[in-house]
Design a protein around this ligand. Structure first.
Ligand code: 6PG
Length: 259
């Protein structure tokens, strides 16, 4: 089933899982090729968790020879504060599902170092961003594609409800203490996320239905639903959700015209 709600610069696609990940992979490849054709480089920030694993596997399976990996710069939207070989590591999941199956140069993979002190790792990542994007002064990197997921309570990247990262408008990457997890995470900040040319939010499963309804329909309240920060992106937003996650979205009238 597919239903689209065309809102200015924003799309809501409700797709069965197989079609959702097929279209997500095709969109990823299209944005990559157009970015490289236009400026010789494709900057992408990948999301972690479990949802995007199917996308990464599909990219490895169907696009490993057609995406310009040598001109692709891979960054991470967030990372758990664990070593790169830890089962919880987003890098480990993404490397196993995708990166290790492509010929992308290792120098193009910019890992958040979950194994070091979070404050040090965040500062180092900001240097990594500045170098790769050739930033000067207080410039903000502009990703061609920012892949995001959404937690059951509406977090995105590692920006959780009420957490400090939500209010950081000056840094590019921060260590974010997450009370409910009693642990630190590393995360890109809202200014970086909102500066992306295209944000794709992948949401599947009935457990996300309540948060998705609030995220798409409620008045702007990112303290409760951090994913709502995408409403203020300067680029495009494509929500790709499955029918289970969209259970409370009866039609596009339920989706406020927030883009
Ligand atoms: C992470 C992610 C996070 C994720 C959501 C959804 O490190 O966990 O970056 O923002 O997108 O938590 O996770 P699932 O896809 O596992 O439901």
């Amino acid at each position: 089933m597919e239903s689209t709600g065309q809102i200015a610069r924003c799309r809501l696609l409700i797709l069965d899982d197989e079609e959702l990940f097929r279209q997500a992979a095709a969109l990823f490849a299209d944005i990559a090729r157009k970015a490289v054709d236009r400026k010789g480089v494709f900057y992408v920030a990948l999301s972690g968790g479990s949802t995007p694993k199917k996308l990464y596997s599909l990219l490895a399976e169907r696009y490993k020879d057609s995406i310009p990996w040598s001109d692709t710069q891979i960054f991470f939207g967030d990372e758990r504060c664990v070593p790169p070989d830890d089962p919880e590591s987003n890098y480990r999941m993404i490397n196993e599902a995708l990166l290790s199956k492509t010929d992308i140069p290792t120098s193009n993979i910019h890992r958040m170092k979950g194994e070091v002190n979070p404050h040090t790792a965040a500062a180092e990542y900001e240097c990594e961003l500045a170098k790769a994007f050739h930033l000067t002064g207080d410039e903000i990197p502009e990703f061609d594609l920012m892949l995001l997921g959404m937690g059951e309570e509406g977090h995105t990247a590692s920006i959780f409800p009420g957490s400090g990262a939500l209010f950081d408008e000056t840094r590019l990457t921060v260590p974010n203490y997450v009370e409910k997890l009693d642990s630190y995470r590393l995360t890109l900040t809202p200014p970086v996320i909102k500066n992306a040319g295209h944000i794709v939010v992948l949401v599947t499963g009935e457990k996300k239905a309540d948060a998705l309804k609030h995220a798409l329909s409620d008045a702007y309240n990112p303290k409760s639903y951090p994913i709502q920060i995408v409403r203020h992106t300067k680029g495009r937003v494509t929500w790709m959700v499955d029918p289970s996650a969209a259970a409370y979205i009866k039609d596009t009238a339920d989706v406020c015209a927030f883009c």
